[in-house]
Write a protein that binds this ligand. Structure first.
Ligand code: CO
Length: 141
């Protein structure tokens, strides 16, 4: 029996764990040489000022991110916090439904509405301040 007071689970899988790095080639080589992970997809997302490499791990990805310009949010992140975990991408069936659920709870978001992500996905970012310090990306395939 489903509990009517329990909200529907909106997160279906972990899509990717994103790591901000200074040197994308060096980071790819680390994952490839150490763990045998291979690059499944590479893309420059000009609107976000990032270049990314997706390395497949089972049904999820490690997403290595590096800035393409000094004013990109990832460049600022690296300046402030250094390399490391940048955000977690959760798969959702419907990005706008999940985003509205966040807003309905009164939590802050970064994207007011879903927008195009890499690999032809639709994404929206949720503010880390209300999410206990983790930048969350909602990813609809
Ligand atoms: Co991402």
């Amino acid at each position: 029996m489903s509990d009517p007071s329990q909200p529907t689970l909106l997160l279906t899988e972990i899509d990717h764990v994103a790591i901000a790095v200074n040197d994308l080639e060096a980071a790819i080589a680390y994952y490839s040489d150490t763990f045998g992970a291979t690059v499944d997809h590479r893309e420059v997302v000009e609107s976000d000022g990032v270049e990314e490499a997706l390395l497949k791990v089972a049904d999820s990805y490690v997403q290595l991110l590096t800035p393409t310009r000094d004013d990109s949010p990832v460049a600022k992140y690296l300046e402030r916090k250094g390399q490391g975990l940048h955000h977690i991408g959760y798969r959702v069936a419907d990005c706008s439904v999940a985003l509205e659920a966040v807003k309905a709870q009164g939590h802050r978001v970064i994207d007011e509405s879903p927008r195009p992500g890499s690999r032809g996905t639709t994404v929206a970012f949720v503010h880390p301040k209300d999410a206990f310090g983790t930048l969350i990306e909602l990813v609809q395939e």
